[in-house]
Design a protein around this ligand. Structure first.
Ligand SMILES: C[S@@+](CC[C@H](N)C(=O)[O-])C[C@H]1O[C@@H](n2cnc3c(N)ncnc32)[C@H](O)[C@@H]1O
Length: 211
């Protein structure tokens, strides 16, 4: 089955965690790794919510000897596909002294064990209740090293539709999530970029922990 077909199936099976009907486009993936692409010296990278590897594919060629990447995905079927890509696809080969850890787990259980220079995050926060959004973002910023960069993808129109057509509980949760994300953005945001070549179009936010 194609990556797109598998992703769509998993979307219907588990909308809460997947949150998108298709893997991200190359344009969105390139935007999400823009700061990572400027890295200097060895780095530890966390990819949270790797899916079938749309972002992973852009991260791998940026890795250099001495780098470590933790690729975390909660869905075993998506991770199985990603694992096969590492085994079979030329673009997923890394130099010997780069460590890539493919981890099928909730990122909350993995991230607290390490400190990261870069975190590439694409969990569908708009699907999550406010307490979970707060917990995830607090954890991500706590595990980011000083000077490290966190990038986060957020669909441009989807939340507006959801807000317009959602009931009062959905609206209240979405407002609470907006406030939570806004308070992190006020502290940490250094840039945001719109990416139109994606289904759906997306923002990429970049947050940096003061050095
Ligand atoms: C919007 S998809 C993005 C997938 C991929 N990065 C892409 O851009 O195509 C979100 C991904 O996050 C994963 N996910 C959701 N909650 C997670 C969690 N708590 N820990 C790890 N992965 C999670 C989902 O299974 C899904 O693959």
């Amino acid at each position: 089955m194609s990556h797109q077909g598998l992703f769509l199936r998993q979307f219907f099976a588990d909308f809460f965690h997947i949150g998108a009907i298709l893997p991200s486009s190359r344009s969105l993936a390139r935007a999400a790794v823009a700061y990572l692409a400027q890295k200097q010296g060895p780095a530890r990278v966390l990819e949270a919510g790797a899916g079938t590897g749309a972002f992973t594919r852009e991260i791998v060629p940026l890795l250099q000897p001495g780098d470590t990447m933790d690729v975390v995905e909660i869905n075993p079927k998506l991770m199985a596909t990603l694992r096969r890509r590492f085994e079979l696809e030329f673009g997923f080969q890394t130099p010997e002294d780069v460590a890539v850890n493919l981890i099928t787990n909730d990122v909350r259980h993995v991230a607290r064990n390490h400190q990261y220079d870069y975190i590439v995050f694409s969990l569908p926060l708009t699907n999550f209740p406010p307490a979970l959004v707060q917990e995830l973002l607090e954890l991500m910023m706590a595990q980011l090293k000083p000077g490290g960069v966190f990038s986060y993808v957020h669909y441009i129109f989807i939340s507006r539709f959801k807000y317009l057509f959602g009931g009062s509980t959905v609206k209240a949760e979405m407002q609470a999530n907006r406030q939570i994300i806004g308070s992190f953005a006020a502290r940490y945001q250094i840039q945001r970029r719109a990416v139109w070549l994606n289904i759906p179009p997306s923002w990429v936010y970049f947050w940096q922990k003061p050095g």
